[in-house]
Design a binder for this molecule. Sequence first.
Ligand code: THU
Length: 134
Amino acid sequence: MEKLIQEAKIAYMRTYSPYSKFGVGAALLLKDGTIIHGTNIEISSFGLTNCAERSALFSAYSQGYRKEDIEKIAIIGNTEKPISPCGACRQVMSELMDLDCEVILANLSGDKMTLKVRDLLPYHFSSEDMKYGK
Ligand code: THU
């Protein structure tokens, strides 16, 4: 767990956040041992900003990995308590990761907590909910 948090910290150091100056880092551990980093990337048109967790997951999927390949994710930021992923990232994690996958939340002070994707977004919207669509 410590190793993955350290990897998330490497990604945190790579933040591109000139507007908020708030860095976030994420590290995905894959079942084949590969680690994929993600950092938050801010754009002057703020709505285009990409969070660290999404950067890591989109990168993994772009490399051909899928949810069954993912072991866990660690996310870190300079927060008082272990960082709390935003709602958009919770929705993305609920689709791109197994609901039982471990999510490690950390901060720079060494606080951490582990929970599952399903705990982060109970009653999440999913493709199942679209089956009655026209
Ligand atoms: N941010 C993340 O990268 N992940 C989160 O879950 C929360 C927010 C980023 C987005 C933005 O660059 C900065 O933190 C401030 O919102």
